[in-house]
Design a binder for this molecule. Structure first.
Ligand code: IMP
Length: 177
């Protein structure tokens, strides 16, 4: 099953065109806001390809850093998120753009926005490659979005299924197990 190529949901050319448009929109917004520099905070591991493409197409000064989160499905607080890898530097006074692969329940992005907002950034915005609107359980402030998806498991363009298929250039679907 894992060796079969997933069915195409969003083709590579469509993704690349959307990422280009997002990069242009984001750059224009920060330029208009007078931001001297933006810190792109990629959420590992799924956002690494989206962040790579987006950041190379942006035209405002930018730096890149990463965080990694972990979600606990069981225990007393199902779905609670913790930070397992933090940013390298203090972000007080920094313009932060969180770059996330997918908004599923929304818990990861909700957790991260709260955690980073508490550090006193100059501004805090969010960008997700894809979102599953039917699955979102908590309110997530999303400033930029690539695509809305149906409630299916997607792989490729950084997203995985059991660590497979992350490096596919398109967004595909795999049968749910
Ligand atoms: P959240 O539920 O919005 O906090 O998302 C949690 C994480 O679940 C995401 O960052 C992804 O790593 C993972 N995830 C949710 N849906 C998918 C999917 O369709 N494909 C791959 N990963 C997914």
């Amino acid at each position: 099953m894992q060796r079969d190529l997933p069915a195409v949901l969003i083709p590579e050319a469509t993704i690349q065109a959307r990422v280009q448009a997002l990069a242009r929109e984001i750059s224009a917004d920060y330029r208009d806001a007078g931001a001297e520099e933006v810190l792109l905070v990629g959420v590992l591991r799924g956002a690494f390809i989206f962040l790579a493409d987006l950041s190379r197409r942006m035209t405002v000064p930018r730096r890149v850093d990463f965080v990694m989160c972990s979600t606990y499905g069981g225990g007393t607080e199902p779905g609670s998120v913790t930070l397992v890898m933090d940013l390298r530097s203090d972000v007080r006074g920094t313009h932060i753009l969180i770059v996330e692969d997918i908004v599923d329940t929304g818990r990861t992005l909700q957790f991260l926005t709260k955690a980073l907002a508490a550090r006193g950034p100059a501004s805090l915005k969010t960008c997700a490659f894809v979102r599953k609107p039917d699955r979102v359980q908590v309110p997530v402030p999303l400033d930029y979005l690539g695509f809305d998806l149906p409630d299916v498991w997607v792989v490729g363009y950084g997203l995985d299924c059991g660590d497979f298929h992350r490096t596919l250039p398109y967004l595909g679907t795999v049968p749910t197990h």
